[in-house]
Design a binder for this molecule. Structure first.
Ligand code: NDP
Ligand code: OXD
Length: 309
């Protein structure tokens, strides 16, 4: 019975002490030291290379070291019947909400304008709405989207959410499907995307979508980079259809130094840090999932492969 951990070197160094403490005496293996592959029954992974999971013949559970699972599902050789667990960690959820609140406030309070004015030593005031007069739309109304909505509503923002199912969430206007998207976009002066990466959401943040937002809308993307059509965003910023954007995720990460986003005056870039995995709390959640599986109890937060998230 062995547990394999596969991530980058920095993440491995951060996780190691917590995993060792969580599973004293268990056979823990840190990639690339896999040893006997037949002995591995659990794999904790971030961006496993294609074929790695298929090479473990007795795997019982694949555990994503993040909330998203696109980095696992993209493997064409992924073993079809092994369940996949995604991280749902209240610590991470709170981190994402902090990020969303910060960026929505930044857009709401015209921070891009005032930073630019400071650089030019220009003293000029703009009309300022109150949060209650600012409509925020959240694409992806799951764990992260709903918590962010609650925190934004606590400040007074008028928040609505969009999901695949159009699920009802008490206290919020919710929308679902293609028709629902039109309605959500029409009311969103600030649009926050917290969508999982699936074939349906790839490229969803494109010129067609931007055109349906109120003119000058702000955008926050902390879902996945491949959901954004980068040239369409640059064009929408150029025309003023999008007023400013805050981006945490990118098609290519790290974002190449020559990429125009780095120096665009109406874009803020953060290096995929909106909600980092937190090993102390995540290790406890993973332990519980493994205990449940071994005891024959239902395991929470297994993904539905057909939906892709
Ligand atoms: P959840 O599975 O809890 O929520 C996903 C939401 O997206 C659900 O409301 C779901 O609808 C909706 N959705 C999925 N597909 C579609 C679609 N085609 N059309 C409309 N709505 C759709 O996920 P989380 O909230 O936990 O995480 C969301 C994503 O955030 C992750 O997959 C990851 O990509 C990203 N993330 C980014 C981080 C960062 O640091 N930047 C950190 C953590 C996560 P329904 O409710 O109907 O199922
Ligand atoms: C995640 C992420 O999916 O950090 O957890 O992007």
């Amino acid at each position: 019975m062995a547990i394999l951990f596969k991530s980058g070197p920095v993440s491995t160094a951060r996780w190691k002490p917590f995993l060792t403490a969580a599973w004293p005496g268990r056979d823990l293996r840190f990639w690339p030291e896999i040893g006997d592959k037949a002995a591995v029954d659990y794999a904790l992974v971030w961006q496993p290379e294609p074929g790695l999971l298929a090479s473990l013949p007795n795997l019982r559970l694949i555990i994503s070291l993040g909330a998203g699972v696109d980095h696992i599902l993209r493997d064409p050789q992924l073993p079809p019947d092994v369940p996949i667990l995604r991280l749902v960690d209240p610590y991470m959820t709170r981190a994402m909400s902090e990020y969303v609140v910060l960026q929505v406030l930044r857009l709401h309070r015209l921070d891009f304008d005032y930073r630019a004015q400071q650089a030019a030593a220009e003293w000029r005031e703009h009309a300022q709405k109150n949060a209650a007069e600012r409509r925020v739309g959240i694409l992806g109304f799951g764990q992260l989207g709903q918590d962010a909505a609650k925190k934004l509503a606590g400040i007074g923002f008028d928040v609505a959410g969009w999901s695949r199912s159009g699920r009802e969430v008490p206290g919020f206007a919710t929308y679902g499907g293609a028709d629902g998207l039109d309605a959500l976009l029409a009311r969103s002066e600030i649009l926050v995307s917290l969508l999982p990466m699936t074939p349906e959401t790839e490229g969803i943040l494109d010129a067609r979508l931007f055109a349906r937002l109120p003119r000058g809308a702000g955008l926050v993307n902390a879902g996945r980079g491949r959901q954004l059509v980068e040239d369409d965003l640059l064009a929408a910023l150029g025309s003023g259809q999008i007023g400013a954007a805050v981006l945490d995720v990118f098609r290519e990460e790290p974002l190449p130094a020559a990429h125009p986003f780095w120096r665009h005056p109406r874009i803020i870039v953060t290096p995929h840090v909106a909600a980092e995995t937190h090993p102390p709390t995540a290790a406890a959640i993973i332990t519980e999932a493994i205990d449940d599986l071994e005891a024959g109890r239902p395991v929470a937060n297994l993904i539905d492969r057909r939906r892709g998230y």
